[in-house]
Design a protein around this ligand. Structure first.
Ligand SMILES: Cc1cc2nc3c(=O)[nH]c(=O)nc-3n(C[C@H](O)[C@H](O)[C@H](O)COP(=O)(O)OP(=O)(O)OC[C@H]3O[C@@H](n4cnc5c(N)ncnc54)[C@H](O)[C@@H]3O)c2cc1C
Length: 392
């Protein structure tokens, strides 16, 4: 049987779910997910942090525009709180004093960081070794995100608005046809007016199937593991501890400590797994900076963070493939920016004005548009085609 809808959203991670939940008011929407559960890939593997200081100016604006959903969600949206306070403690080791100062200055407008001494850092997190750091700063406007609850809230909103979701259904091919697209999946064909590409690490591949622009996306692996808290320590109120140049981070997580080497190894889109070496690097860097002694790793995982060269997301209609919409390259910020990105994507895909509340946060739509310049990543041929289309 041929299914037909106004919008097909490929990928039911946080991006696809947030966009779909906002799109249902504008037409019929089908959310298509290749796994048998939504959130299996990057969305289910994050460090779950909300930080307004993280990322470039575009990310910071999108995060601010998302803040209200986390801290003051609409009535009936979620079953539990979406955020819990979690301070962030930034540590600078020898040679990183300037980096710390630059970060403090760069983030002053969005999330003032308080400079503290190494001993004060140790008082906040007793495993931090004051003799191993030359400076520290504390951010208080950060929080742990209940990622599962946020994701489920969007899926509930989507379904109650009349949206349909199909799992274990992989998009295999896309062909343009008058008025939209024919979408070939492993379980039959779907006809859709507009394709929303929210396929996470696979977004580049979906773009290729549609003959869309090459946005120059790369997938970078990030590894994490859970280890036991030090004996006798109550860690729940500890801040997240991050090296100022992101050489490692650690964070309380349901009574355990989450450790990451903050690695960025390029990968193909896949069900990425943690390497022993990256786990060993995480442990070594944490043990250098703290008194923690890791005896056993209780759980390990890795996930893919997708980036284009300017590290901003790609949201909007493709300049070449008509009716093909990008919602991709959410980097390491896809959870904290999902509320704003979901609204923006739905409005743009439906040809509506973007909510004026989004503009209040100085979100620059050009800075996230697929048509922005990607330098060497757009081939001469593709730039030629794109220009020709614009000039028509
Ligand atoms: C270790 C780690 C820590 C992170 N920490 C944070 C953090 O603290 N804060 C933050 O905001 N962000 C963080 N992130 C980033 C965040 O997890 C991502 O930006 C976000 O999850 C991306 O969501 P997505 O929906 O684009 O991708 P995904 O969650 O990967 O969803 C894409 C979906 O598309 C589906 N799909 C792909 N191809 C097809 C196809 N052909 N047909 C059908 N379905 C398809 C996939 O199965 C997948 O479910 C972190 C990421 C990692 C890995």
């Amino acid at each position: 049987m041929l299914i037909a809808c106004d919008f097909i959203v490929v990928g039911a991670g946080i991006a696809g779910a947030a966009a779909a939940a906002n799109l249902v008011r504008y037409g019929s929407v089908l959310l298509v997910e290749m796994e048998d559960q939504p959130g299996y890939h990057s969305t289910g593997r994050s460090a779950a942090l909300f930080s307004a200081a993280y990322g470039n100016d575009t990310i910071r604006a999108l995060t601010q525009a998302s803040r209200a959903t986390f801290y003051d969600p609409p009535e009936g949206f979620c079953a539990t709180s979406l955020v819990h306070p979690r301070n962030v403690l930034l540590l600078a080791r020898e040679g990183q004093a300037d980096d710390l100062q630059q970060l403090i200055e760069a983030t002053d407008a969005v999330e003032p960081l308080q400079t503290i001494s190494p001993n004060e850092a140790n008082a906040l997190c007793p495993i931090v070794r004051p003799d191993r750091i030359i400076g520290a700063a504390l951010g208080r406007a950060t929080a742990d995100i209940e990622v599962h609850e946020l994701h489920q809230a969007y899926l509930r909103q989507f379904k109650s608005g009349g949206g349909g979701i199909v799992l274990s259904r992989r998009v295999l091919d896309l062909s343009p046809e008058p008025g939209g697209w024919r979408v070939q999946t492993n379980k039959g064909e779907i006809r859709a007016g507009i394709v929303i590409n929210a396929a996470g690490a696979w977004a580049g591949e979906i773009g290729c199937l549609a003959g869309a622009s090459d946005i120059g996306m790369r997938q970078l692996k990030r590894t994490a593991c859970l280890v036991a808290a030090p004996d006798g320590e109550s860690i729940d109120k500890w801040p997240m501890v991050v090296n100022v140049n992101e050489e490692f981070y650690l964070k309380p997580d349901a009574g355990k400590l989450l450790l990451s080497p903050a690695d960025e190894t390029q990968s193909i889109p896949c069900d990425v797994q943690a390497d022993e070496l990256d786990i060993a690097i995480a442990i070594d860097r944490v043990e250098q900076a703290t008194t923690l002694k890791v005896r056993r790793v209780e759980h390990r995982w890795a996930g893919l963070r997708s980036f284009v060269p300017d590290s901003s997301p790609v949201v909007g209609f493709d300049p070449i493939a008509k009716g093909f919409f990008w919602l991709a390259a959410l980097g390491g910020y896809g959870i904290q920016t999902a509320p704003a990105l979901g609204k923006i994507a739905a409005s743009l895909a439906a040809g509506r004005e973007v909510d004026s509340a989004i503009h209040d946060f100085d979100v620059n739509l050009h800075a996230i548009s697929p048509g922005r310049t990607y330098g060497d990543f757009l081939s001469e041929h593709r730039i030629g085609v794109s220009r020709a289309l614009h000039e028509e």
